[in-house]
Design a protein around this ligand. Structure first.
Ligand code: HEC
Ligand code: HEC
Ligand code: HEC
Ligand code: HEC
Ligand code: HEC
Ligand code: HEC
Ligand code: HEC
Ligand code: HEC
Ligand code: HEC
Ligand code: HEC
Ligand code: HEC
Length: 255
């Protein structure tokens, strides 16, 4: 069949000879999508573009939830991102995927340009390392829950299997302290040390006053003594400590 079509459509024969060729095109099934004689749809299509793609790909909707579905995918506007015939980019997208998302998500691009701290995979446009372009069961089409998603590349920050400390705290996942795309504060933080800490640790309990010897509000840097993530030390204390400090001999230096 393709030979027949290509006999006159010589341009197409050349145009569709790309690195990624859509299976029905390479299988010479032009008629899976096009009518040979006449059609009510533009470009001699056998059905609306949306229905056409669904004929073979409707199982993709089994894996998504309403809340986590990209509006273009929900509306079956596959052609906004994909070439129906062939392309030189993975999954036959109309342009490389690291440019594709930025064409509409200008706010993310602007944020990256204007911020001093940029998350490398975001800056490189590798949006699909974290987001499905179509949908998932999670909000924002995330490929995994934030903690698991972040740890899939940052397992190194978990230095202990104990998993004690902030990693497992309720609501205290990575995103309670870090931004996912960009920030103006070092380490992609949502607030600088100590303000990020005292946002949750608001009250000077008797116990806190005792162990710190002063009000939390007077401390200028929490992470000089505390690890932000996990540690096997009690109280999330940093591993390497000054001997008199370890002994709890604060009076050696403080009045
Ligand atoms: C005898 C020559 C010939 C053959 C064989 C042929 N076409 Fe065409 N086709 C044309 C011409 C002429 C046009 C109109 C000019 C153009 O757009 O290139 C056209 C246009 C089209 C269009 C565009 C319609 C539009 O609205 O823009 C499609 C789609 C198409 N053909 C598909 C096919 C398919 C699929 C086959 C194989 C089943 C095929 N053609 C075989 C000559 C041919
Ligand atoms: C999976 C469905 C599908 C298959 C298979 C398919 N086409 Fe198409 N084709 C489309 C769609 C959708 C459009 C409309 C694209 C648009 O409007 O942007 C199109 C448009 C065209 C056009 C009009 C020019 C253009 O690119 O917009 C031609 C010619 C054409 N197809 C030829 C072919 C030929 C020849 C084959 C077989 C080698 C083929 N198509 C196989 C879906 C398909
Ligand atoms: C006649 C059946 C059929 C139709 C209609 C169809 N596809 Fe496909 N498509 C396939 C098959 C078969 C594959 C290869 C197996 C797979 O990955 O599922 C495929 C693969 C793809 C891929 C992945 C390509 C890759 O390189 O990984 C994309 C993207 C795609 N189709 C988009 C579309 C779009 C957009 C439409 C509607 C314009 C469409 N398909 C219509 C059968 C079809
Ligand atoms: C917002 C852009 C966008 C839209 C809309 C979109 N896709 Fe995709 N699609 C992509 C990108 C980007 C990839 C490559 C994913 C990757 O790099 O992991 C992809 C991959 C695919 C694949 C191959 C891998 C897979 O997930 O199975 C298929 C098949 C596919 N798309 C079909 C479709 C169909 C069918 C539609 C319409 C219902 C559609 N896409 C709508 C951007 C899009
Ligand atoms: C053709 C334009 C267009 C392209 C291309 C596009 N998007 Fe979107 N995207 C939208 C629109 C419109 C919305 C809904 C409005 C909004 O939240 O910005 C949206 C929403 C989203 C959302 C959810 C936002 C929310 O608040 O729930 C994510 C995540 C997303 N897109 C990721 C991507 C990724 C990843 C890509 C590249 C694979 C991509 N988009 C490509 C237009 C686009
Ligand atoms: C490292 C993982 C990661 C990468 C890479 C990534 N995102 Fe996100 N994105 C997230 C997470 C997590 C959220 C949801 C929580 C939040 O707001 O930070 C999100 C939220 C979003 C939202 C909805 C909220 C908002 O800010 O508007 C959009 C739209 C979005 N991302 C688009 C993109 C685009 C476009 C790219 C590529 C340029 C991209 N993301 C790359 C992890 C990522
Ligand atoms: C696809 C892999 C990947 C994923 C997923 C990922 N990151 Fe990253 N992240 C990187 C890379 C690459 C860098 C830059 C190199 C480095 O510092 O390790 C980086 C750097 C960072 C930095 C240090 C930034 C700086 O300026 O020093 C933080 C903080 C961070 N990521 C947090 C997160 C959070 C939070 C998530 C989950 C929303 C996440 N990452 C998900 C790959 C990833
Ligand atoms: C309680 C706040 C908080 C939480 C929750 C948190 N971080 Fe951090 N993170 C920080 C602070 C503060 C830094 C600055 C470096 C330091 O002081 O050790 C940092 C630094 C980082 C760095 C860069 C430095 C390094 O050690 O490589 C990465 C990567 C990182 N965090 C990833 C994550 C991931 C992934 C999660 C979730 C599993 C997470 N963070 C949860 C506060 C937090
Ligand atoms: C989103 C809220 C939140 C933020 C932000 C936060 N914490 Fe916490 N922190 C908690 C909760 C809740 C606990 C209780 C422990 C648990 O439930 O796992 C805790 C526990 C602690 C503990 C005691 C751990 C133990 O094992 O006894 C220390 C020390 C601590 N945080 C220091 C910090 C520091 C330093 C920062 C800033 C880098 C910070 N926290 C930021 C919520 C937060
Ligand atoms: C070896 C001497 C020494 C010992 C022992 C010591 N400190 Fe300090 N501490 C200092 C000095 C010097 C500073 C001010 C400079 C600095 O911030 O590093 C300081 C600062 C502090 C601060 C303020 C930090 C800030 O960021 O604002 C607190 C709180 C504190 N010490 C508590 C303690 C507690 C609690 C102990 C006992 C468990 C202790 N110190 C033991 C020397 C010591
Ligand atoms: C000078 C070192 C030092 C600094 C700076 C410091 N802490 Fe601590 N913190 C300690 C010590 C020592 C403990 C007691 C650890 C243990 O033995 O459980 C502690 C314990 C804690 C605890 C757990 C209390 C409990 O119930 O066991 C919290 C929460 C805490 N610190 C929060 C903070 C916050 C928030 C900041 C910054 C505003 C901060 N710390 C700054 C030394 C410090």
């Amino acid at each position: 069949m393709t030979e027949l079509c290509y006999e006159c459509h010589k341009d197409e024969a050349e145009k569709y000879f790309k690195i990624y060729i859509h299976k029905p095109v390479s299988d010479r099934q032009c008629s899976a999508c096009h009518a040979s004689h006449a059609s009510a749809y533009d470009k001699l299509l056998k059905d609306s573009q949306a229905n056409l793609c669904m004929k073979c790909h409707d199982s993709m909707y089994l894996e998504v939830e309403e809340e986590g579905t990209h509006p273009l995918f929900k509306d079956k506007k596959c052609g906004t991102c994909h070439d129906p015939h062939a392309s030189d980019y993975i999954a036959s997208t109309i342009m490389p995927s690291n440019k594709l998302c930025f064409t509409c998500h200008e706010a993310v691009m602007a944020g990256i340009t204007e911020s001093s701290v940029k998350h490398l995979p975001v800056e490189e446009g590798k949006c699909t390392e974290c987001h499905s372009p179509h949908g998932t069961k999670l909000k924002y089409q995330l490929l995994n829950r934030p903690n698991e998603l972040c740890l899939s590349c940052h397992e190194r920050i978990i230095t202990t299997t104990a998993r004690k400390g902030h990693i497992s705290m309720e609501n205290g996942d990575c995103l309670s302290c870090h931004s996912s795309h960009y920030s103006d504060i070092k380490y992609l933080l949502k607030g600088a040390d100590p303000s990020i800490c005292v946002q949750c640790h608001t009250a000077d309990t008797e116990r806190l006053l005792k162990v710190h010897r002063e009000s939390l509000s007077k401390i200028s840097r929490c992470t000089s003594c505390h690890e932000p993530h996990v540690t096997e030390q009690p109280g999330l204390l940093r591993e390497i400590k000054h001997e008199p400090f370890t002994r709890g001999d604060c009076e050696a230096c403080h009045v």
